[in-house]
Design a protein around this ligand. Sequence first.
Ligand code: ADP
Ligand code: MG
Length: 259
Amino acid sequence: MDGEKMGKIIAIFNQKGGVGKTTTSINLASGVGKLGKSVLLADLDPQGNSTSGLGIERDKIEYQIYDVLANDIDVEKAICNSSAENVSLLPSNSQLAGLEVELAREGEWEELLKDKLEQVKDKFDYIFIDCPPSLGILSVIGLIASNSVIIPIQCEYYALEGVSQLFTTIELVKSSYNPGLEIEGVVLSMFDGRTNLSIQVVEEVKEYFKGKVYMSIIPRNVRLAEAPSHGLSIMDYDDKSKGAEAYRELAEEFLEYVE
Ligand code: ADP
Ligand code: MG
């Protein structure tokens, strides 16, 4: 029954902060978990928002992703259960911020995360990586470890600003380390149907990314902003909210394309 799993690794990546990476990581992971898949969410952001948002106290964790990457702690030791059904967590906290400098000095850091995730890959159907808001070493090791990338885009002014740099980074990673890296899909987030701007951004982004944009668009919904302070995914916090509905649909759509 508990045979080898697919272990597809997906980076949630956009170097802009506040575009919905962490919200998408937590709630897509949770949505996919609720559909019966086993999921690992690796928190690769020193801010540790995916960690606290899934009910784990950042400063009370024994081992975290930093220990795995810097101190060679067994990755299985650092993985813990989260508040969400079928979702395990590889937690992070501010200690991770020091890693970039340490790795830059050392060399041979490129496949560090990839090698660690390789060890647990067959225990999960999907592994999501919540990337930090930068194009630095942490994001690069996340992209090198991944099979594909999900890009959240906020429905705001300058939505596509920075997207060309994002592509440059993805292309660099593809050509130097990870030729198989693909764009899994683009998630439009914080959509406000009452504004022409949001509607315009959706059109622009669809035009730019051609067939890659998920049909499930995530609305701006205050319940999505509240859920993390309770350590719960949106489905566990308010299953009837618009946010829960949207992320449930996204999870279904994600599985439809990926499987
Ligand atoms: P990132 O990880 O890209 O920095 P977050 O997911 O942390 O972005 O989102 C930034 C802020 O916006 C957070 O406070 C989050 O709770 C809030 N937020 C994200 N998505 C939504 C949404 N669809 N509706 C309302 N608030 C949102
Ligand atoms: Mg984040």
